[in-house]
Design a protein around this ligand. Structure first.
Ligand code: NAD
Ligand code: WQD
Length: 356
């Protein structure tokens, strides 16, 4: 009985072993909810869920369940939904590397689009009517004006971005045909940082694509220097501007979204930005990380990275007004917590230089 968001609910978290999923699972457990994770460990490891249990403690950990599964498989999803009743789904499972999506578009559409279509089919069969979906600021394409407002025109510049755009349209259309369905699509800006404990964090396989994981690996001595992609942007120091947001703030945004879904029967399908509204340049991030870590981050100036925009940051008004959510942490907090995770886990969850 979970029609009001006040009580404990049973939540299915797809991709719950990943970076944002683990942080959200911790928050859901702390709120007293029942959490079931489905993941195929394509981009994560079982150890990440052990760390979630460690942070939550023995009592709350008994509310965390794991079912191995791949959303590309209808049989796997059938097992997930037959095992338990879910009041809502938080859907993180997806591939997210922009460059990889250019090389392997088919894989991206199959995983992200087919996986989500299978998920909604299973939800429909089992009468589950609430979902929070991980969208991305990538749906704004190269924004013509900033800050990015939710009702601006959308555009994809990569196959990855196209999967998010297709899925946003998909959810709008299936919701219109299924009025009982309640959908919130959260457009994350640039999630960074880690849980305060330093026990969970981002642990990319191979060479990191994103700025903070790369800086972190330079700081712990795994890579000699950071490539700075472009110092000729029309910004205050020539480097590109992004809206970095603490992953714990992001996790709280999912709690707020779930509460909104439970409280709003006629919500339909709505998109919200999750960002801070503040823009930070690449060189400002480097400086903040150096201050947080006490480590020098050597840089190498490189040409612009194809597809990058000058400045991308969020309008935060809609999430503040309708979800009652706004980011609490600043770039110093993000770098401090990222460094704490790096320091405690210089080789990620495996702890092993060979595997990385
Ligand atoms: P992540 O790779 O750390 O987590 C995703 C998880 O989903 C992984 O554990 C992976 O193994 C799992 N997964 C992928 N495909 C699956 C499948 N077919 N079946 C079962 N499990 C599957 O990524 P993240 O950073 O936590 O991102 C979560 C979501 O947020 C993704 O949908 C991503 O596109 C979106 N997003 C991320 C960012 C970001 O910068 N991290 C920004 C905007 C949006
Ligand atoms: C940030 C800035 C780089 C690495 C991506 C996706 C987006 C969303 C978040 C999922 C840029 C610069 C980076 C490096 C650098 N993900 N940079 N050296 O590109 O803003 O967003 O992640 O939805 O869709 O596109 O993030 O961390 O890759 O880059 O100079 O080694 O850092 O050029 O200006 P981005 P990022």
């Amino acid at each position: 009985g979970a029609e009001n968001g006040g009580g404990e609910i049973s939540v299915l978290v797809t991709g719950g072993a990943g970076y944002i999923g683990t942080h959200t699972a911790v928050r859901l457990l702390e709120k007293g909810h029942e959490v079931t994770v489905v993941d195929n460990f394509h981009n994560s490891v079982p150890e990440a869920l052990d760390r979630v249990r460690l942070i939550a403690g023995p009592a709350l950990s008994s509310h965390l369940h794991f079912i191995p599964g791949d959303l590309k498989s209808k049989d796997d999803l059938e097992k997930v939904f037959a095992a338990k009743r879910y009041d809502a789904v938080v859907h993180f499972a997806g591939l997210k590397a922009v460059g990889e999506s250019v090389a392997h578009p088919q894989m991206y559409y199959e995983n992200n689009v087919v996986g989500t279509i299978n998920l909604y089919a299973a939800m429909t069969k089992y009468g589950c009517k609430k979902i929070v979906f991980s969208s991305s600021a990538t749906v704004y394409g190269s924004p013509e004006k900033t800050p990015c407002v939710e009702d601006s025109s959308l555009n994809a510049v990569s196959p990855y971005g196209s999967t998010k755009l297709v899925l946003e349209n998909y959810f709008r259309q299936v919701q219109a045909a299924d009025p009982e369905l309640r959908v919130i699509m959260l457009r994350y800006f640039n999630p960074i940082g880690a849980h305060r404990s330093g026990d969970i964090g981002e642990d990319p396989k191979g060479i990191p694509n994103n700025l903070l994981p790369y800086i972190q690996q330079v700081a712990v001595g795994r890579r000699p220097e950071l490539n700075v992609y472009g110092v000729d942007y029309p910004t205050r120091d020539g480097t590109a501007i992004r809206d970095y947001i603490h992953v714990v703030d992001l996790a709280d945004g999912h709690i707020a979204a779930l509460e909104k879904l439970f409280a709003t029967p006629d919500i339909g399908c709505v998109a919200y930005n999750l960002g801070t509204g503040r823009g930070t340049t690449v060189l400002e991030v480097v400086k903040a990380f150096e201050e947080a870590s006490g480590k020098k981050i050597p840089i190498k100036i490189c040409p612009r990275r194809p597809g990058d925009s000058t400045a991308v940051y969020a309008s935060t008004e809609k999430a503040k007004k309708e979800l009652g959510w706004s980011a609490q942490f600043g770039i110093e907090d993000m770098c401090r917590d990222q460094w704490n995770w790096a320091r405690k886990n210089p080789y990620g969850y495996s702890g092993n230089a060979e595997e990385n």
